[in-house]
Design a protein around this ligand. Structure first.
Ligand SMILES: O=P(O)(O)OC[C@H]1O[C@H](OP(=O)(O)OP(=O)(O)O)[C@H](O)[C@@H]1O
Ligand SMILES: NC(=O)CC[C@H](N)C(=O)O
Ligand code: SF4
Ligand SMILES: [Mg+2]
Length: 484
């Protein structure tokens, strides 16, 4: 392998983990709408780091700027000041459908004979390819390869002038996980899929209404959380105020448990549950049902810190900062030339020798997806002098890919889809390894075994709450590359 490929290998090793999904933020009725959208997106940056964008309106014109990278890459030299208006929507992206190109960055804007409108979408449709084939046969020409543009075309082709009605009709043709925002010169529309797979909250700041993927974004801009948007609810905000309707028949809720396990920020309340508190309860359950003979408890930063606190409290073992994560290693980080796998992991994480040396460590993580993180960390801890490493995971084995907006991996890359727990223990070189069961995960939300639960657990159970319509259709084609 040449140096460049070495760098790529080491880089991808650093980045080999489940990626976030997307974050959306929208506001109507505030003179600082654009700046507040930017701040709201900063709070949602953990949900996507590939691309970002904001579209605004002053009531007669729409303004838009988007680009690849973090918010600080995309808005760095006065672009924010170019966007005007009292209403705006914004997006941070991690791609699930359509690769990471500027064309696929969001919001995606469309001009029709009736109006301009823009869409920002979190989620993934399971029938987007099938719909795209129908739409292209009917004459639609797509500019992107993202599933989000399918929604935009369905709206444009709905055959009604009223935008809300067009959105309602479009929303009834799509299936999967979706929480999206539509902005036109006159209105902001927000809706959440009928199963509630993807989260969305409603808040208020003075007279302005805000919709966002997570409540931490409301907190960041000083807004009050009013409530979660209901599964199957469509919310419309205009100069006249706020209205709400159901766009789809009531269905059994299927909220994503992985938002709580890993994705959402611990300070967010998702569907009434505070994420940190859920993670802490899962850590306690892990200690009660899967104890380990250890001297200290260490959580894998950042996402497992809450679960580790719960485990330590319930097991009465000391919680230690035995691993330190470098905050400045973002996914866009490019390594210097001496790229080597081990160097890659040490750039991201360090074990603290004075804490772990001579200790039996209980290592808490929230999930094992490909298994790369746990293997590296077990090695790091042993290298720093840990005598034993017992790994405890605060969710069940991740055995099947997500089709609803979380970019994990294909089934053949998921370690638990390919191996038994004992084989995984061996592969990650741990002294012992235990996971929560699905029933134990549900106990973290106070459900007893056998209770009907309002959650999607498909990545743990392989039982998907929707038909996977696109499976078997050809993969998306790659978009045309612009700029050489
Ligand atoms: O088995 P793997 O494929 O390695 O993926 C699992 C790991 O990735 C995630 O953390 P991440 O590195 O994203 O960091 P975070 O907790 O700071 O978000 C997750 O919390 C696990 O630690
Ligand atoms: N992760 C997401 O929510 C991505 C949204 C959309 N499917 C895209 O790829 O752009
Ligand atoms: S499959 Fe897993 S990650 Fe995807 S929505 Fe369901 S619970 Fe969430
Ligand atoms: Mg983590």
């Amino acid at each position: 392998m040449d140096e460049w490929h070495n760098m790529q290998a080491a880089y991808s090793d650093v980045d080999d983990r489940p990626h976030e999904e997307c974050g959306v933020f929208g506001i109507y009725g505030h003179e600082q709408a654009v700046a507040l959208t930017y701040y709201g997106l900063v709070a949602l940056q953990h949900r996507g780091q590939e691309a970002a964008g904001i579209t605004s309106t002053d009531g007669s014109h729409m303004f838009s700027h988007k680009g690849l990278g973090l918010l600080t890459d995309v808005f760095k030299s006065g672009e924010l000041e170019q966007l005007k208006g009292h209403a705006a929507i914004g997006h941070v992206r991690y791609s699930t459908a359509g690769s990471n190109t500027i064309q696929n960055a969001q919001p995606i804007a469309l001009s029709t004979h009736a109006r301009n409108f823009a869409i920002a979408h979190n989620g993934n449709l399971v029938n987007a390819r099938w719909l795209r084939i129908q739409l292209e046969q009917e004459g639609s020409l797509f500019q992107t390869t993202a599933d989000t543009e399918v929604i935009a075309h369905l709206i444009a082709k709905a055959g009604v002038d009223d935008l809300t009605e067009a959105v309602r009709l479009a929303a009834n043709r799509i299936e999967g996980g979706f929480a999206f925002l539509i902005l036109s010169d006159d209105e902001l529309i927000a809706l959440r899929d009928p199963l509630g797979l993807r989260p969305m909250v409603l808040g208020k700041l003075g007279e302005a209404y805000i919709v966002a993927s997570e409540s931490c974004a409301l907190e960041t801009v000083g807004a009050t959380l009013l409530r979660d948007i209901e599964p199957g609810e469509l919310v419309r905000i205009t100069r006249e105020g706020f209205t709400s309707m159901r766009f789809a028949e009531r269905r059994q809720r299927r909220m994503c448990t992985f938002e709580h396990v890993y994705f959402a920020r611990p300070d967010s309340d998702v569907d009434g549950w505070n994420v940190h508190s859920v993670r802490k309860r899962l850590g306690k359950l892990l200690a009660e049902r899967h104890p380990a003979d250890g001297d200290i408890v260490i959580g894998v930063p950042d996402s497992s810190v809450s679960a580790a606190a719960g485990y330590a409290e319930a097991s009465r073992l000391p919680l230690e900062m035995g691993l330190i994560k470098n905050k400045y290693i973002a996914r866009t980080f490019i390594q210097p030339s001496q790229a080597l796998r081990d160097t890659g992991v040490r750039l991201k994480l360090n074990a603290v020798r004075s804490i772990v040396e001579g200790k039996r460590v209980v290592l808490i993580d929230d999930s094992i997806v490909r298994g790369t993180t746990s293997r590296r960390i077990v090695r790091l801890l042993r290298g720093a002098g840990a005598t034993q490493v017992h790994v405890r995971i605060s969710s069940p084995p991740y055995v099947s890919p997500c089709h609803y907006g979380i970019d994990t991996a294909k089934e053949d890359e998921l370690i638990a889809a390919q191996h038994s727990i004992e084989e995984i223990r061996n592969l990650i070189e741990a002294d012992s390894l235990e996971f929560l069961t699905v029933d134990e995960l549900m106990a973290g939300f106070n459900f007893a075994p056998g209770d009907p639960v309002p959650f999607c657990n498909a990545c743990f159970t392989r039982r998907y709450p929707t038909e996977l319509v696109d499976q078997g259709l050809n993969e998306e084609i790659e978009p045309i590359h612009i700029g050489g």
